[in-house]
Design a protein around this ligand. Sequence first.
Ligand code: SAM
Length: 247
Amino acid sequence: EGALYVVATPIGNLEDLSPRATRVLGEVDWIAAEDTRHSARLLRPLGIDKPLVSLHEHNEQMRVETLRQALDTGKNVALISDAGTPLISDPGYVVVRELRASGHRVIPVPGACALITALSAAGLATNRFLFEGFLPAKGGPRRQRLMEGREREETLVYYESPHRIQATLQDIAALFGTRRVVLARELTKTFETFLDADAETLGRRMQEDPNQARGEFVIMVAGAAPPDDETHALAEGEAWLAAMLAE
Ligand code: SAM
C-alpha cells in the first residue's frame, strides 16, 4: 500500500528544496499540486516529470477518493503547494485528515515555511506565538480579528498580501498603538527585508518607498506585556471578592 508524502517546497530560494524532498518527488508515482502549471516550473529543472493532479480548495473533497484509490493500488503520492509547507494557509488539510482517518500512511517531508522563517530571524519572542494565517479581507472583520489578538501575550503572526498590506498596517496602528511590529518581506529572495518599528512608522516607510509595499509579507506583532503584579493582585482580589459575594 502506498503513502502520501506531504512535501515542503521553497518559499523563494530554490536551494531550500531539501535533498530528501527532491528524492521523494523523484520517486513517487503522482504529485498532487495546488497549481499544476506553477509546480511544473519547479519540477522541470529537476528533471522530474510525473503525472500531476490538481488539488485546490474547490476540489479537495472530491480528490480524497482519487488519492485513496491511488494509495490502495500501491501508488505513492506527493502533496505539494505553490510555496512552502502544504496545509499552512494552503490546501491539503481535508486530504490529510481523510486519508489518516482511513488508516493510510501520511509522511511529512519538512522544509521551508514562511511563518517559521520569519520568526527565526525577527528578534521577537518565539517561546509562544499565535499564528493567525491570513486576516479577513474586509475591514470590519479584519479589525475584529486584530482586536481578538490585542490582549494576547504571545507574539502574533499574520500572513498578508501586497494588496492589503497598507490597510492592515493602518488597522494595526489604530488598535496596537506603538506596539513593536516586525515586517518580513520577500523571505529567502533577492529583496528580503526585515523592518522593525511601530505600525504607523512602517506604513509611512511604505508610502515613502513603494518598493517596500511589493512582494509577500509576514507581519509579526509583539505580544501584550504581561499584567504587572499590581494589576494582577488587583484582578485576583476582585475574583476573590466576586466569589465571596456569590456565596
Ligand atoms: N504554505 C506557505 C508557507 O509554508 O509559508 C504559505 C502559503 S500562503 C498561500 C502565502 C503567504 O505566505 C503569503 O501571502 C505571505 O504572507 C507568506 N509568504 C510566502 N512566502 C513568503 C516569502 N518568501 N516572504 C514573506 N512571506 C511569504
